[in-house]
Design a protein around this ligand. Structure first.
Ligand code: DX5
Ligand code: ZN
Length: 218
């Protein structure tokens, strides 16, 4: 388990000022920028295309953690890689060949992550765990910010922590959805080392970002 990294989800930022928002959370102490990509098909919302990611790239030097909620996923992976993604994560339900998609991402020189929805079992990641750079546990159903943390996912986080430690590889364990100062603590205790937060970072506006990030970290 690495020191906790905070990845603000720009889904909760002001979309009319995304460049400034990214610069502001960078200055406020964020570790990664989490970009939620939704296709209106795999999830019931439509968000950020590769052109937007490319335009945002120059507004922060932090790693871009791109969470793809799109199906089929393979055809768009190269575009997000070229746009400046550093970590590219996808859902096992988003294509028929999970191992192939991981190799596609890594072949483009990017870090690969697999995302488990609340009802997706741990077993979906086990055969490929050693090929991954990151596992992302969804603690809400993907599609929207501001939803309540689903407590049952803590057991999955703890089981993944054991599996990762048993492998002995530096695989990041990330949690996404309903993370606030209180649930963050429980995620860290369960073994998470990257926390995604939308509402809990962007709530209250730019003057609050540094304190909000600090509260999640401690
Ligand atoms: C949900 C997204 C999350 C979301 C988190 O589909 O993957 O990244 O923005 O938002 P909060 O932190 O508000 O639950
Ligand atoms: Zn996300």
């Amino acid at each position: 388990q690495q020191p906790v990294r905070i990845a603000p989800s720009i889904l909760s930022a002001d979309f009319a000022a995304l460049g400034q928002e990214i610069a502001a959370v960078t200055a406020a102490g964020a570790d990664w920028i989490h970009v939620d990509v939704m296709d209106g098909h795999f999830v019931p919302n439509l968000t950020i295309g590769p052109m937007v990611v490319k335009a945002l790239r120059k507004h922060s030097a932090l790693p871009f953690d791109v969470h793809l909620m799109i199906t089929p996923v393979d055809p768009l992976v190269p575009a997000y890689a070229e746009a400046g993604a550093d970590v590219i994560s996808f859902h096992p339900e988003a294509g028929p060949h999970v191992h192939r998609t991981i190799q596609l991402i890594k072949g483009l020189g990017k870090k690969a992550g697999l995302v488990l929805n609340p009802a997706t079992p741990l077993a979906a990641v086990e055969p490929v765990l050693g090929d991954l750079d990151l596992v992302l546990v969804m603690s809400v159903n993907p599609g929207f910010g501001g939803q309540a943390f689903i407590d049952s996912q803590l057991a999955k986080i703890a089981a993944l922590r054991k599996a990762i430690d048993a492998l002995g590889k530096p695989i990041a364990l990330e949690v996404d959805g309903g993370v606030n100062a209180e649930t963050a603590k429980r995620c860290i205790v369960a073994g998470a080392d990257v926390l995604v937060a939308g509402t809990a970072v962007f709530g209250g506006g730019p003057a609050r970002y540094a304190d909000n990030i600090k509260a999640l970290r401690s």
